[in-house]
Design a protein around this ligand. Structure first.
Ligand code: ZN
Ligand code: ZN
Length: 241
């Protein structure tokens, strides 16, 4: 019932503190950050140049030619898109999603906007959230990537598959100073496919909360393709700079 109340009324009854600046969140749909913190967050709007493959931010302004960062050449996915940079309101939203399994209206809208940047075939596409290890899933009670996957599923009208790709082992949290190779090693053998028939010939839309080095989604893409996926695109909420 509380969701039926207008935002302006709700913010009076139920004021929410901005997790970025401590100010007041004016609208429920903005989630956990205020309007000005959202305005200061780099949301990819099409007037910047991103790596055509991994979606890394390269520079402001549009490039006339397809641009590539080249650091992602070896990665196994086809293309990755994100709502914006992992900073300010978006970073706070990613952190909040690890505690509360709910997406603000604004985030759903932003996700909907990037959905048309990936290759989707209604008959052969499948959304697969990057799985957590059984232990972490048990501790958290939900997988934040699945929450994002379900929002995308509504938008794209393709289903979410949470059972085919599984995470076998608990990988240690990425430590500061760990280089790309070390991070790659920790996720190298972490994933497994249990029902390969379901992904044969499919375009997989792999979903996660944030893309950092890309090694995790690359490992997932590798095993998905080895088991017959035709294409693997990646959608994340945020992209580390
Ligand atoms: Zn704020
Ligand atoms: Zn790249």
């Amino acid at each position: 019932m509380i969701r039926d109340l207008p935002d302006s009324l709700l913010s009076v009854i139920y004021p929410q503190e901005c997790r970025v600046c401590g100010g007041e969140v004016e609208a429920l749909s903005d989630g956990i950050a205020c309007r000005s913190c959202w305005a200061e967050t780099k949301i990819f709007a099409g007037n910047e140049t991103l790596c055509e493959k991994c979606g890394a931010f390269l520079f402001d302004g549009q490039s006339r030619y397809p641009a590539f960062c080249r650091k992602c050449d070896e990665q196994n996915f086809d293309a990755a898109v994100a709502v914006g940079l992992y900073e300010k309101a978006l970073a706070a939203s990613v952190l909040s999603l690890k505690k509360t399994p709910r997406l603000a209206g604004k985030i759903k809208e932003l996700l909907a906007r990037i959905c048309d940047r990936i290759t989707v075939d209604k008959t052969s596409s499948l959304i697969i959230p990057v799985p957590l290890s059984p232990r972490r899933l048990h501790d958290r009670g939900f997988n934040q990537a699945t929450i994002i996957g379900k929002a995308i599923s509504k938008q794209l009208r393709i289903s979410v598959d949470e059972t085919t790709l599984i995470r076998r082992v608990d990988t240690p949290m990425h430590r500061a100073g760990m280089d790309r190779k070390a991070r790659g090693m920790t996720v190298k053998n972490a994933f497994n496919i249990v029902r390969p028939k379901l992904i044969e010939g499919c375009n997989v839309v792999l979903v996660d909360d944030v893309l950092t080095s890309g090694e995790t989604v690359s490992s997932c893409a590798k095993i998905l393709k080895k088991n017959g996926a035709a294409r693997v695109d990646v959608i994340t909420l945020a992209r580390a700079a």
